[in-house]
Design a protein around this ligand. Structure first.
Ligand code: NI
Length: 171
């Protein structure tokens, strides 16, 4: 396992749509292992492959709290096929947009299909923080960032800030 660099705003790769994986093979599992190591080191609770520069439809999530046993969820080719009408608000952040947090509303519950670490098809009914986190990470696979769900004014402000920081060579 090795830790990877996380790309940040305004890297154009963050806007790219990731490609499905054909099979869950050793190379996919190696990438997942790199992703969890990178996510734990950051630290964060979710990471999409595109954030380490690999636009493939892969993500990892671990909602275990500090001191709890790690419980990584490995997800390939996720597809949400149902979402609740009820919405929940959580304060979100993103490892690709460091030090910026905003409240985001999303469906409270989602059902999805995906391939697990063994390549087996799974269905999951996610609620609470897991539902929010899955939607945030699946957005990444479609080139969507959580700042796309906040007001235009706030989004333009943060985009400008990161563009300026990049120009000044601070990122
Ligand atoms: Ni993110």
């Amino acid at each position: 396992m090795s830790r990877r660099d996380i790309i940040t705003l305004p890297d154009p790769l963050l806007r790219q749509v990731s490609k499905p994986v054909a099979t869950v093979d050793a190379s996919v599992r190696r990438l997942w292992d790199d992703m969890v190591e990178t996510m734990y080191a950051a630290p964060g609770i979710g990471l999409a492959a595109v954030q380490v520069g690999e636009p493939r439809r892969l993500l990892v999530i671990d909602l275990a709290k500090e001191g709890e046993d790690k419980k990584p969820l490995f997800v390939a080719n996720p597809e949400i096929f149902w979402e609740s009408e009820q919405v929940s608000e959580y304060e979100e952040g993103c490892l690709s947009i460091p030090d910026f947090y905003e409240m985001v509303s999303r469906p409270s519950e989602v059902k999805l299909r995906f391939l697990d670490r063994q390549g087996a098809a799974q269905e999951l009914h996610a609620t609470g923080l897991l539902a929010t986190c899955l939607q945030h990470e699946i957005d990444h696979l479609n080139g969507i960032l959580f700042i796309d769900h906040i007001s235009r004014l706030k989004r333009e402000r943060v985009v400008k800030k990161f563009a300026k920081a990049q120009k000044l060579g601070k990122l």
